[in-house]
Design a protein around this ligand. Structure first.
Ligand code: TXA
Ligand code: MG
Length: 319
């Protein structure tokens, strides 16, 4: 991991270069340090999950350099626009419907039709976003299950001795808020407060007459909230042969013959498989087929998250 102080003259250019080449940059925001990747690059986003050691694919927050940039990614309802006008740049994340042809990685959306967007206020985060020029997908920079880092030294400690680390740490000011952003789902008429934060319910209420809580979900685990992308077709796991009319979601070199096949990673690379997972599932989920057969995926590293998601997608439907 390279350590680059934000005062160094070419700090932002170097960090943006790492992002452009598919690498990961840890950077300060006003809430916590983020672990960022080019939001439009599936493989780069997959590396975030690998480096964090996340056992499942939560959707990620995409940081944007401006409201205009946000409008390329998300459909702004009047309510969304009003909240953005009032609280951006700042510690507010808006969950919006993805625009048609939205270039944000489907993995960053965890396969959902929505995207979470945030225009941060921290000057160093903004400088990085301005130089990079497009969205940066970034969860908090801690490893999975650990405390969010609010100083560059926390990030250093977090990855000391780890094999997989961010490529570059933008060593800047401490995070002033120390609490992750407020997350509000604004895809409907009434905003839903998915995660409380520094933009409080009362502040939201100054713009929206009602603010709902997520129904039947645990706010402690907001990532589980809307995470059940399931294909319309039945999905069969650990398939070693193909049944009549099934499409094959393959993995690795040794693939049984099928009428329609998409391979998550012919070379058996789990990061590549994660990067392709949602796009391939969607591409196979189409009329004229009877089901999708998924080959076994090894359960090490990112394989755990891939299998978690496949199991959810294969689970019996509630509706
Ligand atoms: O303050 C913050 O928000 C920090 C800094 C780095 O910006 N980021 C952060 O990211 O806290 P993370 O990955 O720890 O939290 C992301 C959460 C997910 O767990 C999920 O709850 C929510 O954002 N989220 C993201 N996309 C969503 C979506 N499409 N629908 C619902 N929730 C979403
Ligand atoms: Mg976090």
């Amino acid at each position: 991991m390279l350590f680059v102080k934000t005062q160094e003259p070419d700090a932002y250019a170097r960090a943006a270069e790492v992002l452009h080449s598919g690498g990961l940059v840890a950077f300060p925001t006003e809430t916590v340090y983020g672990l960022g990747a080019d939001a439009e690059n599936d493989a780069a986003v997959a590396r975030i999950f690998a480096v964090k050691g996340r056992p499942s694919f939560n959707p990620l927050i995409v940081h944007v350099p401006s409201l205009e940039a946000a409008q390329r990614y998300g459909e702004f309802t009047p309510l969304a626009k009003a909240l953005a006008k009032a609280f951006w740049p700042g510690p507010l994340t808006l969950v919006l419907r993805r625009t048609e042809g939205c270039p944000v990685s489907l993995l960053a959306s965890a396969g959902l039709e929505t995207v979470a967007l945030r225009f941060p206020a921290h000057p160093e985060a903004r400088a990085l976003l301005d130089v990079f020029g497009r969205g940066i997908a970034a969860p908090s920079a801690n490893r999975s299950g650990r405390i969010s880092p609010t100083q560059a030294t926390h990030v250093k400690q977090e990855y000391a001795g780890m094999v997989q680390t961010p490529d570059l740490l933008l060593d800047g000011a401490s995070c002033t808020l120390g609490l992750e952003s407020t997350i509000v789902d604004v895809t409907g008429e009434v905003p839903i407060l998915l995660r409380p934060g520094s933009i409080t319910r009362d502040m939201l209420k100054s713009l929206a007459p009602q603010v709902h809580d997520p129904v039947g979900t645990n706010i402690q685990a907001p990532g589980m909230l809307a995470s059940h992308y399931a294909p319309d077709l039945p999905l069969r796991l650990d398939a070693t042969e193909i049944w009549h009319g099934e499409a094959l979601l393959a993995f690795g070199r040794h693939v049984p013959p099928a009428a329609v096949t998409l391979n998550l990673s012919p070379s058996g690379d789990l990061t590549e498989a994660a990067a392709n997972l949602f796009a391939h599932l969607r591409a196979l989920d189409r009329p004229g087929l009877r089901g999708i057969a998924a080959m076994p995926i090894p359960s090490q590293g990112l394989g755990q998250a891939i299998n978690d998601r496949l199991r959810r997608a294969a689970a019996p439907r509630m509706d």
